[in-house]
Design a protein around this ligand. Structure first.
Ligand code: THU
Length: 131
Protein backbone atom coordinates (compact mmCIF):
# COMPACT_ATOMS: atom_id res chain seq x y z
CA UNK A 1 0.00 0.00 0.00
CA UNK A 2 2.79 2.43 0.92
CA UNK A 3 5.43 0.66 -1.15
CA UNK A 4 6.39 3.64 -3.33
CA UNK A 5 6.86 5.96 -0.38
CA UNK A 6 8.76 3.34 1.61
CA UNK A 7 11.03 2.67 -1.38
CA UNK A 8 11.69 6.41 -1.73
CA UNK A 9 12.63 6.54 1.98
CA UNK A 10 14.91 3.50 1.53
CA UNK A 11 16.68 5.19 -1.39
CA UNK A 12 17.08 8.39 0.62
CA UNK A 13 18.51 6.33 3.50
CA UNK A 14 21.27 5.08 1.20
CA UNK A 15 22.53 8.67 0.99
CA UNK A 16 22.69 9.22 4.78
CA UNK A 17 25.81 10.89 6.15
CA UNK A 18 26.01 9.16 9.50
CA UNK A 19 29.68 8.45 10.13
CA UNK A 20 29.36 9.06 13.89
CA UNK A 21 26.31 6.97 14.79
CA UNK A 22 26.34 4.56 11.87
CA UNK A 23 22.54 4.78 12.04
CA UNK A 24 21.23 5.77 8.63
CA UNK A 25 17.74 7.22 8.28
CA UNK A 26 15.68 8.10 5.24
CA UNK A 27 12.35 9.92 5.13
CA UNK A 28 9.92 10.41 2.26
CA UNK A 29 6.91 12.73 2.27
CA UNK A 30 3.84 12.59 0.08
CA UNK A 31 2.58 16.18 0.19
CA UNK A 32 -0.84 17.79 -0.25
CA UNK A 33 -0.30 17.94 -4.04
CA UNK A 34 0.84 14.33 -4.34
CA UNK A 35 4.50 15.22 -4.75
CA UNK A 36 7.26 13.25 -3.07
CA UNK A 37 10.13 14.82 -1.10
CA UNK A 38 12.97 12.93 0.51
CA UNK A 39 15.71 13.52 3.05
CA UNK A 40 18.40 11.68 4.98
CA UNK A 41 20.19 12.36 8.24
CA UNK A 42 23.34 14.47 7.99
CA UNK A 43 25.66 14.28 11.00
CA UNK A 44 28.51 16.56 12.02
CA UNK A 45 31.73 16.26 14.03
CA UNK A 46 30.06 18.74 16.39
CA UNK A 47 27.41 16.16 17.24
CA UNK A 48 24.59 18.55 18.16
CA UNK A 49 24.65 20.04 14.67
CA UNK A 50 23.44 16.83 13.07
CA UNK A 51 20.12 16.92 11.26
CA UNK A 52 17.41 14.27 11.14
CA UNK A 53 16.10 12.80 7.90
CA UNK A 54 12.59 14.09 8.57
CA UNK A 55 13.87 17.67 8.93
CA UNK A 56 15.62 17.39 5.55
CA UNK A 57 12.50 16.00 3.85
CA UNK A 58 10.32 18.73 5.36
CA UNK A 59 12.78 21.42 4.19
CA UNK A 60 12.66 19.94 0.67
CA UNK A 61 8.86 19.98 0.73
CA UNK A 62 8.68 23.59 1.86
CA UNK A 63 11.27 24.66 -0.70
CA UNK A 64 9.20 23.00 -3.42
CA UNK A 65 6.02 24.76 -2.33
CA UNK A 66 4.36 21.87 -0.49
CA UNK A 67 2.10 22.98 2.34
CA UNK A 68 0.99 19.86 4.19
CA UNK A 69 2.25 16.35 4.91
CA UNK A 70 -0.27 13.77 3.76
CA UNK A 71 2.02 10.82 4.49
CA UNK A 72 5.58 10.43 5.71
CA UNK A 73 7.58 7.20 5.74
CA UNK A 74 10.67 6.87 7.94
CA UNK A 75 13.21 4.03 7.70
CA UNK A 76 16.36 3.63 9.75
CA UNK A 77 18.93 1.27 11.16
CA UNK A 78 22.61 0.47 11.50
CA UNK A 79 22.59 -2.16 8.78
CA UNK A 80 19.22 -3.80 8.44
CA UNK A 81 16.16 -1.63 8.84
CA UNK A 82 14.83 -1.60 12.40
CA UNK A 83 11.78 0.06 13.86
CA UNK A 84 12.37 3.81 13.55
CA UNK A 85 9.58 6.03 14.72
CA UNK A 86 10.42 9.75 14.50
CA UNK A 87 12.32 11.28 17.42
CA UNK A 88 10.53 13.73 19.69
CA UNK A 89 11.80 16.79 17.85
CA UNK A 90 10.72 15.39 14.50
CA UNK A 91 7.25 14.63 15.87
CA UNK A 92 6.93 18.34 16.56
CA UNK A 93 8.29 19.13 13.08
CA UNK A 94 5.78 16.77 11.43
CA UNK A 95 3.01 18.22 13.57
CA UNK A 96 3.72 21.69 12.17
CA UNK A 97 2.80 20.49 8.67
CA UNK A 98 0.41 17.69 9.61
CA UNK A 99 -3.23 17.35 10.54
CA UNK A 100 -5.63 14.67 11.74
CA UNK A 101 -5.35 12.86 8.40
CA UNK A 102 -1.53 12.77 8.32
CA UNK A 103 -0.17 9.23 8.31
CA UNK A 104 3.27 8.44 9.77
CA UNK A 105 4.62 5.15 8.46
CA UNK A 106 7.37 3.35 10.39
CA UNK A 107 8.97 0.11 9.33
CA UNK A 108 9.54 -2.51 12.00
CA UNK A 109 12.18 -5.21 12.43
CA UNK A 110 10.38 -7.68 10.21
CA UNK A 111 10.08 -5.11 7.41
CA UNK A 112 6.38 -4.75 8.15
CA UNK A 113 5.13 -1.20 8.28
CA UNK A 114 2.96 0.35 10.93
CA UNK A 115 0.87 3.48 10.61
CA UNK A 116 0.46 6.14 13.27
CA UNK A 117 -1.39 9.43 13.40
CA UNK A 118 0.65 12.41 14.52
CA UNK A 119 -1.78 12.92 17.44
CA UNK A 120 -0.95 9.38 18.57
CA UNK A 121 2.80 10.10 18.42
CA UNK A 122 2.52 13.58 19.92
CA UNK A 123 -0.50 13.88 22.20
CA UNK A 124 -1.42 17.26 23.69
CA UNK A 125 0.99 18.93 21.29
CA UNK A 126 2.13 22.53 21.43
CA UNK A 127 0.53 24.89 18.92
CA UNK A 128 1.06 28.58 18.50
CA UNK A 129 -2.06 30.26 17.21
CA UNK A 130 -1.16 33.43 15.45
CA UNK A 131 -3.50 35.88 13.78
N1 THU B 1 17.63 10.24 13.36
C1 THU B 1 16.82 10.69 12.36
O1 THU B 1 17.31 11.05 11.27
N2 THU B 1 15.49 10.71 12.57
C2 THU B 1 14.88 10.29 13.72
O2 THU B 1 13.67 10.46 13.86
C3 THU B 1 15.67 9.58 14.72
C4 THU B 1 17.13 9.82 14.66
C5 THU B 1 19.08 10.22 13.16
C6 THU B 1 19.83 11.24 13.98
C7 THU B 1 21.21 10.62 14.03
O3 THU B 1 21.92 11.02 12.88
C8 THU B 1 20.95 9.12 13.96
O4 THU B 1 19.61 8.98 13.51
C9 THU B 1 21.11 8.41 15.28
O5 THU B 1 20.37 9.00 16.27
Amino acid sequence: MHDDLINAAMEARDKAYCRYSGFSVGAAIFDDRGRVHVGCNVENAAYNLGNCAEAAAIAAMVQDGGKRIARIAVVGGHADVVSCTPCGGCRQRINEFGDEKTVVIAIDDSNEWREYSIAELLPASFHLDIT
